[in-house]
Design a protein around this ligand. Structure first.
Ligand SMILES: [Zn+2]
Ligand SMILES: [Zn+2]
Length: 212
C-alpha cells in the first residue's frame, strides 16, 4: 500500500490518499476547503492514474469533513463514518460557528456507516476498522496488519492524545481505548495521525506522557 499525505485547511489536517498497484485509491479524511485544494488532490490522482473508490472519515469533526461535499460533487463518492458520530455530532454548519469559519459549500449528511470489525477493501489492500471512542463518540482507526500501518485520526498523536472537550468526548474512554486497542498492536506499527507527524506504537508506548 502506498500513502500520499496532503495537509489541507486552516487547522491543518492530514488527508491520506491510500493506493496500491491496481490503481485503486481511497481517502482517509478529506480536509479540502476550496477548489484549489481539491485541484491539488485531483492532479495527484490524474498524474498517478488512480481511481478514487471510497472516502472514509476517521470521525466527523469539522476539520476532517470539509472536503466531503467537494468529493461527492467531483467523484460522486459518499463519505463513510461511524454511526455514533453521525448521531452525536452537530452538523458541519453548526460546528463551524464555534470556530468562526465560513463554508464555501453546504455540507452533506453522512449516511454510509462503518463499525468495529468491518474491513475496508480497495485493490489488493484491506484495512480493519477499530472503534476507539473518547475524542469523539464515533472515532475509528483503520489498521492494516499486512502493511503495519494505522490511520488513527485524532485518537493518538506523536507525543499526544486527542482533546476530549468537544461534543461527546471522554478522557477515560479515550485512554482505555488506546491502551486496549492500539497499544496491543505490534510495536513496529506506524501511526498516521490526523494532525502532525507520523509516529509508531513503540515510540508512543515509551514516550507518550498521557499514557504512562
Ligand atoms: Zn477531531
Ligand atoms: Zn482534527
Amino acid at each position: 500500500m502506498k500513502i500520499k499525505t496532503f495537509e489541507f485547511n486552516y487547522f491543518p489536517v492530514n488527508t491520506y490518499l491510500l493506493y496500491d498497484e491496481t490503481g485503486e485509491a481511497i481517502l482517509v479524511d478529506c480536509g479540502c476547503v476550496n477548489d484549489r485544494e481539491i485541484d491539488t488532490l485531483d492532479q495527484f490522482l490524474t498524474e498517478n492514474k488512480l481511481t478514487l473508490k471510497r472516502l472514509i472519515c476517521t470521525h466527523l469533526h469539522l476539520d476532517h469533513v470539509f472536503g466531503n461535499a467537494f468529493i461527492k460533487d467531483k467523484y460522486g463518492i459518499e463519505p463513510e463514518a461511524h454511526a455514533a458520530d453521525i448521531t452525536a455530532l452537530p452538523s458541519l454548519e453548526q460546528q463551524v460557528k464555534r470556530f468562526n469559519i465560513d463554508l464555501e459549500k453546504p455540507s452533506i449528511t453522512v449516511t454510509k456507516t462503518l463499525k468495529e470489525g468491518d474491513v475496508v477493501r480497495f485493490g489488493n489492500s484491506e484495512l480493519q476498522v477499530l472503534h476507539v471512542p473518547g475524542h469523539s463518540p464515533g472515532s475509528i482507526v483503520l489498521y492494516s496488519a499486512a502493511d503495519a500501518v494505522a490511520f488513527v485520526g485524532d485518537v493518538l498523536f506523536h507525543g499526544g492524545i486527542g482533546r476530549t472537550d468537544l461534543w461527546g468526548g471522554s478522557l477515560d474512554l479515550l485512554t482505555e481505548g488506546i491502551l486496549i486497542k492500539l497499544f496491543t498492536l505490534p510495536n513496529q506499527t506506524k501511526i498516521y495521525s490526523g494532525h502532525g507527524p507520523k509516529t509508531s506504537i513503540e515510540f508512543e508506548k515509551k514516550h507518550n506522557p498521557y499514557l504512562s
